[in-house]
Design a protein around this ligand. Structure first.
Ligand SMILES: Nc1nc2c(ncn2[C@@H]2O[C@H](COP(=O)(O)OP(=O)(O)OP(=O)(O)O)[C@@H](O)[C@H]2O)c(=O)[nH]1
Ligand SMILES: [Mg+2]
Length: 442
């Protein structure tokens, strides 16, 4: 039997106790294997209610769904057993299926088959991957747009333009009597237009990466300025210990939260201690330096009821050439509002906490593209960059009025690079790489 196409199975629901547990089976032997362990006759395209049985023993009450090929997610016969949750029962059903000539699916194998059977293109498969791993709901919904084919639609439309450009050039070369060569002006217009369109898809790359991977934000400042209080406020829970004793926080504490759809890992640091304790101070500064270095953004805090001291200035030096937000804390006990660069914030009244949240997302996202139109991953961005480079070379050649045969080579290269995004020319290595990041059962 061809390993690629033997019948596979996996638990499709997350491990743990839930309302339902689903075992999914895909392949030509799927129906036969499940029928052997089910009490009722399974019919296509409807659900069948019955019992999963192990010989004489009843294992669980279940609903079985049979999606007959090719009208299924993978394009093969797919049978899903929906039993009661509880990992033991679901595992037992899986084992029964495995005894009937079915093997365990590898990571992403269901999606890989869907791709190989032409049910989804690669950009959709990758959108599934993004949805599985999305850390915030906003990114999940952006990925869902890709799943409905938004990215593929745009790439295909750009490809069509490029193809027309290429066809014009080739017709002029092959049939010079019937088809005059396209003018250099028309080529320049067409290719410039393509260039702009590719750039537009690429423009959302930075935002997609931020939404996918998230960012690290370090809270730094002198002891007692309110770092841990702010950390707790942003998290909306009492995670870090807050006291009026300087030096309360000793270790790094970090938690992840969702700020405007961005997964933010917030890091509370130990305050840098005052100059009398040289060694500890040095450790403090080194530590803060490292936290600033490891972060995408630093929140620099000072106490507005005290004002910026020399110590504050020393710490501020660490961030002032980086991506930072300056925050004057304890605004509830100070009337000073003279620092125009700072956000005056109170951990007690929560004054300006929302403004701070907005500033955090604005500091890392490309403002024009907050509503990310296309989400792309690194592989797709790499293909887009390759395509853009080829279009640029072709455009240069057009401007120098080079022979059109030469120009056609780079137009073709751009087309090939775009083909890789939707998976028209794709190597096994790329495929395996993509699907290995899936979980089993998808
Ligand atoms: N009035 C007022 N008090 C605050 C504010 N923020 C923090 N405090 C108080 O200031 C003290 C120190 O707060 P922390 O959040 O522990 O300060 P920290 O910067 O984490 O201190 P270390 O961990 O020692 O570096 C506590 O008594 C807090 O209740 C604020 O905005 N207004
Ligand atoms: Mg603290």
């Amino acid at each position: 039997m061809n390993y690629e196409f033997d019948t596979i199975t996996a638990i499709a629901t997350p491990v743990g106790t839930g309302g339902v547990g689903i075992v999914r089976v895909s392949g030509s032997n799927a129906l036969c294997a499940v029928q052997k362990i089910f009490s009722k006759t399974i019919k296509p395209e409807t659900f069948t209610y019955g019992w999963v049985v192990d010989g004489e023993d009843v294992v669980d009450e279940a609903i079985v769904l049979y999606f007959k090929a090719p009208r299924s997610f993978t394009g093969e016969d797919v049978v899903e057993i929906q039993a009661h949750g509880g990992i033991n029962v679901v595992q037992q059903i899986l084992n029964l299926v495995l005894k009937n000539g079915v093997r365990l699916a590898e990571r992403g194998e269901f999606s890989k088959r869907a791709f190989l059977n032409g049910k989804i293109d690669l950009s959709k498969a990758e959108a599934i991957l993004d949805i599985i791993h999305a850390k915030t709901s906003k990114f999940a919904s952006a990925s869902a747009k890709n799943l409905s084919g938004k990215l593929a639609e745009e790439i295909n439309s750009i490809k069509k333009d490029l193809f027309n450009t290429l066809a014009g050039i080739i017709a002029g070369i092959d049939f010079p009597e019937d088809m005059p060569e396209p003018t250099y002006e028309s080529l320049e217009t067409a290719l410039s237009n393509t260039k702009i369109r590719i750039e537009k898809v690429l423009a959302s790359a930075q935002n997609s990466n931020i939404m996918r991977q998230g960012i690290k934000v370090a809270i730094i400042g002198r002891p007692n300025v309110g770092k841990s209080s702010l950390f707790n406020n942003l998290l909306s829970m009492e995670r870090a210990i807050v006291t009026d004793i300087a030096g309360t926080t000793r270790d790094v504490i970090q938690e992840t939260l969702d700020i405007s759809g961005i997964p933010v890992t917030l890091i509370d640091t130990a305050g840098i201690r005052d100059g009398n304790i040289d060694k500890v101070e040095k450790i403090g500064i080194d530590f803060t330096k490292q936290a600033v270095k490891d972060s995408d953004l630093s929140l620099f805090l000072y106490d507005s009821s005290v004002g910026m001291t020399d110590e504050d200035e020393t710490i501020f030096e660490l961030v002032k050439n980086k991506n930072f937000i300056k925050i004057a804390t304890k605004s509830d006990i100070s009337n000073d509002r003279t620092d125009k660069d700072a956000i005056y914030l109170s951990n007690k009244t929560e004054e300006n906490l929302d403004i701070l949240r907005e500033n955090i997302s604005a500091a890392v996202l490309n403002a024009d593209l907050i509503e990310t139109e296309f989400t792309t991953n690194n592989r797709q961005q790499e293909c887009l960059r390759k395509a853009l480079a080829s279009v640029n070379i072709a455009l240069d050649a057009v401007n120098r009025e080079e022979i059109q045969d030469l120009i056609s080579i780079d137009v073709k290269a751009a087309l090939l690079a775009l083909d890789e995004i939707t998976g028209e020319v794709i190597t096994d290595d790329i495929l395996n790489n993509i699907f290995e990041n899936f979980c089993i059962g998808k």
